[in-house]
Design a protein around this ligand. Structure first.
Ligand code: H2B
Length: 96
């Protein structure tokens, strides 16, 4: 399946809307590190995101150590950023 990539203007608008996120060096993904009180809180967040991901059929790349969750959002089927990454970033923000 091919999914439309965000235009440069759409990408810039998304980054303006989500100040905690930044563009990966290659411009194909957005990244954010979340920090929680402890592992239990981090895991609760990941659990909520996992349910969202399955429903949306869109999955994050992430790395967790104790209370830290490093997230990378990109759309493989778009070879870059798409509206799905925007929606997932917004969902994540609503879960913290
Ligand atoms: N997640 C992400 N991040 N990008 C995708 O392109 C993607 C996905 N595609 N989850 C989905 C699954 C696709 O592989 C399945 C077959 O719908």
């Amino acid at each position: 399946m091919t999914i439309a990539r965000l235009t440069d203007a759409e990408r810039d608008a998304l980054l303006a809307e989500l100040p905690e996120w930044h563009l990966r060096e290659d411009g194909l993904a957005i990244v954010r590190t979340f920090r929680f009180a402890d592992f239990s809180e981090a895991w609760a967040f990941m659990n909520r995101v996992a349910l969202y991901a399955e429903k949306a059929d869109h999955h994050p790349e992430w790395f967790n150590v104790y209370n830290r969750v490093e997230v990378t959002l990109t759309t493989h089927d778009a070879n870059g950023l798409s509206l799905r990454d925007a929606a997932m970033a917004r969902a994540m923000e609503s879960f913290v």
